[in-house]
Design a protein. Sequence first.
Length: 386
Amino acid sequence: LDEFSKVATAVHVLPGRQLLMDEPLDDCMLLVQQGSLEVLADVTLHEKLDALPPRKVRLRVHIDRAEKLAGDSIFDKLDPYCLVKLGEYKRFQTPVQWNVGVNPTFNYDGVLTYSQEEEITFTVMDHDKFSADDLCGSVTMRVDDLQDGWSGKIELQRPKRVIGGLGESDASMMQPAGKLYISVRWDYEKVSSLMRQPKERTWRDQVIFTLKQNEGWGHEQIMLGLIFKRTLENATSALPYTLELNNFKLIGGQQRGANDKIVILKGAKKRFMEFIKKSQREKQFLQACRAQALERQHIVKAHVKRLIDRWNAEETADLMRKGIYEQKDQIQALEPSMFRVAYRGVKASITVRNALNLSGGGWFDKLDPYAIVRFRGSKQEMRTSV
């Protein structure tokens, strides 16, 4: 310290005032001789989309079989089929199993696009050629209860056939209607910038370090160069955000007494390097700078964690003010122009499974339907068989 004071200039700083210099901050070595200094910087966090868990995009349901369905009789065996409905509009239906009775085997695979729907309904119906189809049993489940790879049986229910029933609860009006064996698998997709805009926030003039007596600033930048700043920004390597530090500045720290002074020893980069070479301990000092950079990285990491916690608390409070107590992962709609650019030349796999409630048929002239799939503005098309 005594040797460095011979090649340095003493600078006085008022508490709460910025240390102003002619040369850039990175080209100086500053040592606190008396008082304290605060190192301020603009802290910017960018959300890492690749760190987010992959989102569910498709639900693949295998309808295996059913057991002990309700509605069968001696003279009319069941002609069952299963209808799976996700949300209000998404559904698929198995083929009708003709005259199989109460233990049908469906062995059918269906795929449903998932868009944060909360419930899925499984309904087994008895097909009737001359009247409305009869309900064999149904069940509604929460989608969150269907984990990837789950398989098992679900209990079907249907309303009791009673007269009156006044004063009875909804549960007492239902009766067991058999079991349905299913298995589910989820298709996942990584979140990209085309689906969601990454979150970003900047906090101005954050106090990231406080330099006390005999502590310095600038020697890490001089000895390590850009590696020092990169080391600090790598503090969020294990966090779901990338860190960016800009606009470093030094402010005189608040002192206990009104007459307490803040004295800084300032040395130019050239003089400081000459001082290090004369001391003949350049390698040891370089190693010490690396160790101190890692220590400062831990300080930055703790500060960033506090900012993230505060950010999350503010978002939660804002949702609660809006009456939203559980935030769903919202995928932003992709602009058509961006979609065309992002997916130009990509092969699309389209499966046409079935159709429901088509119009145009009659008692004596049943439909012979087929489907045509064509992208708007394209001459290429795909036709199904009749």
